[in-house]
Design a protein around this ligand. Structure first.
Ligand code: H2B
Length: 99
C-alpha cells in the first residue's frame, strides 16, 4: 500500500505544485486544464489514462469539451501519497500553455 505523505511533505508538495489546489478530508490535489477543443483534451486524457494503467493509480476527473478537471488522491491511504505527486508532475508536463 502506498505510504501517506506527512504534513511536512504535503506542505512541500503544495509549494512545488503551485498550479494545484489542496483539498481536505481526504487530502487531494485538484487542477483544471483548458484545451482549445475536445480532441486535444481527449488526447491528453488518453496519455494520462495510459500512465494511470502503468501506475495502477487513477485520477478522478470530469471533462466538458476542452475543459478537464482533475482530482488526485490515494484511496488506499485516505489522503495523498507519492503516487499523486508523480502523477501531478507528469500532468504538469502535458498541460497546455497558460492562455
Ligand atoms: N487510484 C487511486 N487514485 N487511488 C487508489 O488508492 C487506487 C487507484 N487504488 N487505483 C488502486 C487502483 C487499487 O484499488 C487497485 C486494486 O490497484
Amino acid at each position: 500500500m502506498p505510504k501517506k505523505l506527512s504534513a511536512d511533505q504535503v506542505r512541500a508538495a503544495q509549494a512545488e505544485l503551485s498550479s494545484w489546489t489542496l483539498g481536505q478530508a481526504p487530502e487531494s490535489l485538484s487542477r483544471t486544464l483548458q484545451f482549445p477543443d475536445f480532441k486535444q483534451a481527449f488526447a491528453f486524457m488518453t496519455q494520462v489514462a495510459l500512465l494511470a494503467e502503468e501506475m495502477g493509480h487513477h485520477p478522478e476527473w470530469f471533462n466538458v469539451y476542452g475543459r478537464v478537471e482533475i482530482t488526485l488522491s490515494t484511496h488506499d491511504c485516505a489522503g495523498l501519497s507519492p503516487l499523486d505527486l508523480k502523477m501531478a508532475r507528469r500532468i504538469d508536463q502535458w498541460a497546455p500553455p497558460a492562455r
